[in-house]
Design a protein. Structure first.
Lengths: 58, 363
């Protein structure tokens, strides 16, 4: 019988290459907006796939 | 813990979506979204795999405080990790595949309905439908619901979820409903409209279905198509589907109160009557799938909305009935101002409300 360790996923032999872009120090940004200035609120999730019809909302 | 010198990596199932004025991070495992500024979106897209220190230098150390705040937020919400091997955390594929011809179905039952509901359910069984919603626009009692569920059980059907939308009945006491839900595992929800109370009962122990008591009075299919945050769908299945296909009509079929097989009961085009033709045959019509591949990136205004991949679109009622690529009529959200308004208060929609003869839903 297989042991639990045998069932664990193994790392690929060759590492996958990520799409890391080179640094671009010429990026010009005038302002950054802070997170706290964005209205953030929890939204009631429909977490069972998707609603079939949109006739009754909470 | 915040590490200024190690590269950061976004957790693969937390996916940023850019809107016109702000963005979201869709946490597809926790079924949640967070709103973020577009600047943070740009950092996540352009600078993933760099350290905080490097990012600060890119911005000439002018915005260190805000960048710290961004990363505090990302860490607190567990959207990122710091690692010296970011290459070991690849992106997840956003491909979507579904072997079944039909995944969702609506069966409408009105006062004058005389089609055979059980024949329609058998037809859905034949096409491998997984999710069914039965909407009653007339009074129905528990026995009516039980008969449907027991029939589906007897078929050993692939239908895994059944939603019931039905008018309030004095018999629908909370205890009885909860018993009904616990007895019938396939029942995913009961949405009871015209109720004297307004209440949401979530699934008990995440095992049974949920219940919505709504004070809305729903008379017919014209009441459908509402775009509302409570109807957003935040999970990997619908998110990936939304990248390629229409998030309402893809793999959907329905039978309206007259027995006509349609993409959606609110649409006008019929592909035959269920008494004369099978659903399997009706969906082979060349026009049947014409809406399936209209995704949110192709729809005006929606393509600039940060909620576009969690919103379950509507193609039955749209801003311009002559242009299938216009936004849902019953959406009151403006991604250019980030304001939610009552959609029917928008004077620009008045003409379209008349075209669709939707005046009755406001009475």
């Amino acid at each position: 019988m297989e042991k639990f360790d045998d069932l664990k996923p193994r790392l690929p032999l060759t590492f996958q290459r990520t799409e890391i872009k080179k640094h671009n120090s010429k990026i010009k940004k005038t302002t950054l907006i802070a997170v706290k200035h964005i209205y953030a609120d929890g939204i009631a999730p429909y977490n069972f796939y998707r609603p079939i019809s949109k006739i009754v909302s909470i | 813990m915040m590490n200024q010198d190690l590269p950061f990596k976004l957790i693969a199932n937390c996916i940023p979506v850019k809107g016109a004025k702000r963005s979201t991070i869709c946490d597809l495992t926790r079924n949640d979204i967070k709103l973020i500024p577009n600047d943070l979106y740009n950092i996540l897209i352009e600078h993933e795999g760099k350290s905080i220190q490097e990012i600060k230098e890119i911005y000439n150390n002018k915005y260190n405080e805000i960048i710290n705040e961004y990363f505090d937020f990302l860490l607190k919400e567990e959207f990122i990790i710091f690692t010296d091997t970011p290459e070991l955390f690849p992106k997840i594929s956003l491909q979507w595949f579904e072997p079944k011809q039909i995944t969702h179905a609506i069966l409408d039952v009105g006062k004058n309905t005389n089609y055979d509901l059980y024949k329609a359910i058998k037809d859905l069984d034949d096409v491998g439908c997984k999710h069914l919603e039965v909407r009653f626009f007339k009074k129905v009692d528990f026995d009516g619901l039980k008969n449907i569920v027991e029939f589906i059980d007897s078929l050993e059907s692939p239908i895994v979820s059944i939603d019931f939308t039905l008018p309030f009945h004095p018999n629908f006491e909370k205890e009885k409903i909860l018993d009904f839900l616990s007895e019938h595992g396939r029942v995913c929800s009961l949405r009871i409209h015209g109720s004297p109370i307004k209440e949401f009962i979530p699934p008990i122990d995440k095992k049974s279905g949920y219940v919505i008591y709504s004070d809305q009075f729903i008379k017919n299919e014209k009441f459908c198509g509402v775009i509302d945050p409570s109807l957003f769908s935040i999970n990997i299945k619908s998110f990936t589907e939304s990248q390629h296909y229409n998030s309402c009509l893809n793999r959907k079929t329905s039978v309206d109160v007259n027995g006509d097989i349609k993409n959606c009961p609110s649409m006008t085009q019929s592909f035959g009557n269920i008494q004369e033709i099978s659903i399997k045959k009706a969906i082979k019509n060349k026009d049947y799938k014409k809406y399936w591949s209209i995704n949110k990136d192709q729809i005006d205004t929606c393509k600039d909305c940060e909620f576009r991949h969690i919103c379950t679109d509507c193609r039955a009622f749209i801003d311009n009935p002559d242009d299938i690529y216009t936004k849902p009529l019953k959406c009151g959200y403006d991604p250019y101002t980030n304001q939610w308004e009552k959609w029917y208060n928008n004077p620009l929609k008045e003409k379209t409300i008349v075209i669709y003869k939707l005046e009755e839903i406001f009475v």
